[in-house]
Design a protein around this ligand. Structure first.
Ligand SMILES: NC(=O)c1ccc[n+]([C@@H]2O[C@H](COP(=O)([O-])OP(=O)(O)OC[C@H]3O[C@@H](n4cnc5c(N)ncnc54)[C@H](O)[C@@H]3O)[C@@H](O)[C@H]2O)c1
Ligand SMILES: O=C(O)CC[C@@H](O)C(=O)O
Length: 632
């Protein structure tokens, strides 16, 4: 029989087991007056940080803090109730681990047993494994000090206490403070994990054997079974192009390692960055090419924080088992509002009138100024935006015509056209809302401009490459087009610092906008909520609902089961092989879900939690496997 090696975990309480410093919370209870509370809190925090950073002896800090506090016995039960929901998230998640390993888990704190014991007890931690100080009270129950004989009330108390315990096996310390590191420094522990889930102290992290943003990370690092199959902090997410802070918050709260960059990246820059990235978030500027994907060994998912996904090589993503999500509806209204505003501006000749006013020219006249009411609007691309525009335009008295390559049922009284040219020939205002598929390059070129009516208003808020720009310029200069609004361009600057170069600059009655059709705060916030939630759901459950390139599978929450997620090339026989392997390993299947598209098969199998782990290797080796992962 092989002897199992014992590992003892020595866990700090304040800001490690719980998210907060208990004495700070006690302070908020002890002071009724808000101003007094503020001053006291700031002072207590200052002293705590000095001690945690190793700049003040622990005893001095404790004495000063208790003096400021003036708390009493009656505050302790209230404090316990306040602290209970503030246990660190990863400790709450890993209650099973703490309970199962109670014999080797110790709390070692310079805090006080009176509030620590009732809290950690709920996580299976044994009362005689809690080492901490105790309060001293006066006759009125006011806290006046602490037991000065307790080794933990003294400087370097933690290493001395560990020494006195004479524990067998390895000693791993988990804490956020310098005094936790001191145990390792004094040679009384084999390893020190700087715990950063709640606070990050530079001068503690620099001494750590390992920085642990969660308890999950520590368990994973030690090959121990925790609540998560993979610690979230190991999942790196790169968010480019100034994604709204709401989205950044959501992924940070999920525990991912997040890097944010305000602009797009060039192909080479992205290749450099993508190597250790598991999730990439972009908007319309960053082009995700096959070459980029060849360097993206860890990439699981891409979030397009917009509608268009033409900037991503979707086929290559699918072949590599990378899911892509977008926000198909969040900014549609913003685009429609801009289109309505611009058609009014253009038909009234406002861009030129406004420019003249800024030059001091008062040009009051009705010449070439019209209402949009009663005019014919032609919409190219009757999708989500095109349809919404048609509804608003009709409500404003326009007669709406549309042309779409796909069968699209008309809404309201709009007129469907059978060909693009047929529509272009009869309308007064043209608005493009097609998607960015490569075959849409220059769908509006000389031939199309030629069939348009004289003095037409022309707008493109879809994608830059769909319009032949030199031909557009000719049509503007010839007077064929009376007003133009362009929001999207074949070449767009990578960031706000780069110059916008276009031959459309300086032309008459032309509105040029920097691809802001969807750039309203409402839209950006909606997108920043929608996309991360889709990705998180994919990572946590395997659900691919609304994915742009993957078979659509909405999966139930995982309960008392492990989930095998198998992505493979769509070829015959794989599902049979998966099931043969499961049968050979005597695995009890609780549920199975399968969907395929032309490129990949996506099979989810929920199984009983007890199984021989060697099946994992066998599953990965099935011929045609692209990716395999397990969730629990
Ligand atoms: N300017 C911006 O900031 C901004 C904001 C959001 C969306 N967009 C762009 O607007 C466009 C439309 O968005 P959506 O959400 O309505 O997309 P959508 O996919 O819902 O609709 C596009 C429609 O265009 C049709 N279509 C494609 N090619 C066509 C062609 N050659 N001729 C006629 N019809 C064609 C499709 O069949 C579809 O019905 C997309 O290109 C999107 O990227 C731009
Ligand atoms: O915000 C962006 O960069 C892109 C907006 C728009 O083109 C979209 O596709 O949604």
């Amino acid at each position: 029989m092989t002897e199992s090696k014992v590992t003892n975990f020595i866990i700090d309480f304040d800001s490690t087991f719980t998210q907060v410093e208990a004495l700070d919370v006690l302070c908020t209870l002890a002071f009724q007056d808000e101003d007094e509370k503020k001053v006291a809190l700031a002072e207590i925090e200052r002293i705590t940080n000095l001690a945690m950073g190793g700049e003040l002896s622990f005893r001095e800090s404790l004495e000063s803090r208790l003096k400021i506090l003036r708390a009493n016995k009656n505050h302790i039960p209230q404090l316990i109730e306040k602290l209970k929901p503030l246990v660190s998230k990863s400790f709450i998640r890993n209650r099973d681990f703490l309970e199962t390993n109670a014999q080797n888990v110790y709390i070692l704190s310079n805090g006080f047993k009176e509030f620590i014991c009732p809290i950690v007890k709920e996580y299976g931690i044994l009362e005689d494994h809690v080492y901490a100080n105790t309060f001293e009270y006066d006759d009125d129950g006011i806290i006046i000090g602490f037991d000065k004989e307790n080794i933990l009330s003294k400087s370097k108390g933690k290493p001395a206490l560990i020494d006195s315990l004479k524990l067998e096996g390895d000693i791993y310390v988990i804490g956020d403070g310098y005094n936790d590191y001191e145990i390792r420094k004094e040679g009384k522990a084999n390893r020190f994990y700087a715990f950063t889930e709640n606070v990050k102290r530079k001068n503690v992290m620099e001494f750590a054997d390992h920085i642990a943003p969660s308890l999950d990370e520590i368990l994973y690092h030690n090959n121990m079974k925790g609540a998560l199959s993979y610690p979230k902090n190991r999942i790196k997410i790169l968010l480019l192009e100034n994604i709204h802070s709401r989205g950044v918050k959501i992924v940070e709260n999920e525990g991912y390692q997040v890097e944010v960059y305000p602009a797009g990246l060039t192909e080479d820059e992205l290749i450099e960055k993508i190597k250790d990235v598991s999730i990439l978030g972009i908007r319309s500027k960053t082009i995700v090419t096959k070459r980029v994907l060849e360097h993206a060994n860890r990439l699981m998912s891409i979030g397009a924080f917009c509608i268009g996904t033409n900037q991503i090589d979707l086929d290559e993503c699918t072949k590599r088992g990378i899911t892509v999500f977008n926000a198909p509806y969040s900014n549609t209204r913003s685009v429609v509002e801009l289109a309505i505003g611009e058609m009014i501006m253009l038909i009234r000749n406002l861009p030129d009138k406004i420019a003249k006013m800024h030059e001091g020219v008062w040009d009051k006249s009705a010449n070439n100024s019209f209402e949009i009411r009663g005019k014919k609007l032609g919409i190219v691309g009757y999708g989500n935006i095109g349809k919404q525009l048609s509804v608003l335009a009709e409500a404003m008295g326009l007669q709406v015509y549309y042309y779409d390559v796909d069968e699209a049922l008309p809404i309201g009284n709009v007129t469907k056209c059978d060909s693009l040219n047929e529509m272009l020939a009869q309308v007064d205002i043209i608005s493009l809302h097609v998607d960015g598929r490569p075959s849409n390059e220059n769908i509006i070129s000389k031939e199309q401009f030629d069939v348009m009516k004289e003095g037409v208003i022309f707008m493109n808020l879809s994608r830059g490459h769909v319009v032949d720009i030199p031909e557009l310029k000719k049509a503007i200069l010839s007077g064929k087009i009376a007003g133009t609004a362009v929001d999207v361009f074949p070449e767009e600057p990578l960031s706000n610092k780069h110059e916008f170069i276009s031959e459309l600059r300086g032309l008459p009655n032309v509105i040029l906008t920097p691809h802001i059709g969807g750039s309203t705060l409402e839209a950006q916030e909606n997108i920043a909520e929608f996309v991360p939630n889709k990705i998180i759901s994919y990572i946590n459950t395997g659900s691919t609902t609304n994915s742009v390139n993957f078979p659509d599978l909405a999966l139930p929450k995982l309960q008392n089961a492990h989930r095998f997620i198998h992505i493979h090339h769509n070829q015959p026989g794989i599902i049979a092989e998966i099931n043969n392997i499961l049968a050979e390993h005597n695995i009890n299947v609780l549920g199975q879900y399968l969907k395929t598209n032309e490129t990949v098969g996506y099979v989810i199998t929920d199984i009983d939690t007890k199984y021989q782990k060697d099946v994992l290797k066998v599953m990965k080796k099935i011929e045609g496997t692209i990716r395999f992962r397990v969730l629990y």
